[in-house]
Design a protein around this ligand. Structure first.
Ligand SMILES: [Mg+2]
Length: 268
C-alpha cells in the first residue's frame, strides 16, 4: 500500500486528538533528519525553531515525549532542545535518560569486560578503515564505534562501509546500517525494542513515531493499527504516512498540538 500524504496525516492527527479512548499518547521522534535538518557537520544539528515550540506545546497538553536517536546520549542531550520530562533514548536504545530541569536522570548500562574489549577492538579496526580515506571518520560512543562517510567521495565511502561491515561480522558485534553510516555496537539494541519497552513502561494507548532512516524502520514495524507511523523523506518504509522533510514533520506536530488544545505559547 502506498503511504498516505501529509494532508491525510493532518486528518488522522485531528482524529487522534479528538478520541479520549486513544490517550495517553506517546510521541517518539528520531532527531537527525526528522526534527533537525541533516547537516554536513553533525555538531551543527538543531531542532527546527517551530519544532521546539511544537514539542513544548505537546508536553503542555499532557503528551509523553521521547527522542529516539542513534546518537550517543550525551551528544543528543547537548543538541536537542526538548522540554523537561522528555525521555532521551540514545545509541539506538543502548542509553536512556529523562530530561530534568537541571541535567539528566540517566540510566547507565555498564559493559561487561568482554564487551569493553570488543568495543576497543571495533574502534581500533574502524580507525584502520578510516585511515587515508578523505571524508571518512570514526565516532566513539559508549557502546559502539561508528564509521561516517557523508563527506567522502561515493566510491571511497562505499569501500569504507563495506570494510566496516566485514569488521563487524568478524568480531561478531551488532552491525547497524544508516545513511552513510555503519555502526558496530556491542549491545543488542535497536529502536524497536527501545520503543516497545518505553510504551509498556509508560502505559500509553497510542504511539506516534517519526523517523527518516533505516534504523527507524525497526521502530516503525512495532506499531499497531491504532498507532501513527511517519516516514520523513524518500525511501522504502513500514510507515503509514509520509512527509517530505523536517519542516513538514514539525508542521504536523503543530497540527496535533493545536488539535489537543495546547496553548499557543507552550506551557513549560
Ligand atoms: Mg534520522
Amino acid at each position: 500500500m502506498p503511504e498516505l500524504s501529509a494532508a491525510a496525516l493532518h486528518e488522522a492527527l485531528r482524529d487522534l486528538a479528538a478520541d479520549p479512548a486513544r490517550h495517553p499518547l506517546l510521541v517518539a521522534l528520531d532527531f537527525d533528519g526528522t526534527l533537525a535538518p541533516l547537516q554536513d557537520d553533525p555538531s551543527a544539528s538543531r531542532v527546527l525553531p517551530d519544532g521546539v515550540v511544537a514539542l513544548d506545546r505537546l508536553m503542555g497538553a499532557g503528551v509523553r515525549l521521547a527522542l529516539v536517536s542513534g546518537r550517543g546520549l550525551s551528544t543528543l542531550a547537548q543538541l536537542a532542545q526538548v522540554p523537561v520530562g522528555t525521555v532521551l533514548i540514545g545509541s539506538h536504545g543502548a542509553e536512556r535518560a529523562r530530561v530534568l530541569p537541571f541535567g539528566l536522570d540517566r540510566a547507565v548500562a555498564p559493559l561487561t569486560s568482554e564487551q569493553a574489549d570488543l568495543l576497543a577492538q571495533a574502534s581500533a579496526q574502524l580507525s584502520g578503515v578510516s585511515r587515508g580515506r578523505n571524508g571518512v571518520w570514526v565516532e566513539a560512543k559508549p557502546t559502539a564505534a561508528v564509521v561516517h562517510t557523508r563527506l567522502a567521495q561515493p566510491e571511497v565511502g562505499e569501500q569504507a562501509l563495506t570494510e566496516a561491515r566485514t569488521v563487524g561480522r568478524r568480531l561478531g558485534v551488532h552491525v547497524l546500517e544508516g545513511k552513510d553510516v555503519v555502526e558496530l555496537s556491542v549491545l543488542d539494541a535497536d529502536k524497536g525494542e527501545a520503543l516497545t519497552a518505553l510504551r509498556d513502561e509508560l502505559g500509553v494507548r497510542t504511539v506516534l513515531y517519526a523517523g527518516d532512516d533505516l534504523t527507524d524502520e525497526d521502530a516503525l514495524v512495532t506499531l499497531g493499527p491504532g498507532d501513527l507511523g511517519i516516514k520523513v523523506g524518500a525511501g522504502a518504509t513500514a510507515a503509514t504516512y509520509r512527509v517530505d522533510d523536517p519542516p513538514a514533520l514539525v508542521a504536523a506536530l503543530g497540527v496535533l498540538a493545536e488539535a489537543l488544545g495546547a496553548p499557543a505559547d507552550g506551557a513549560r
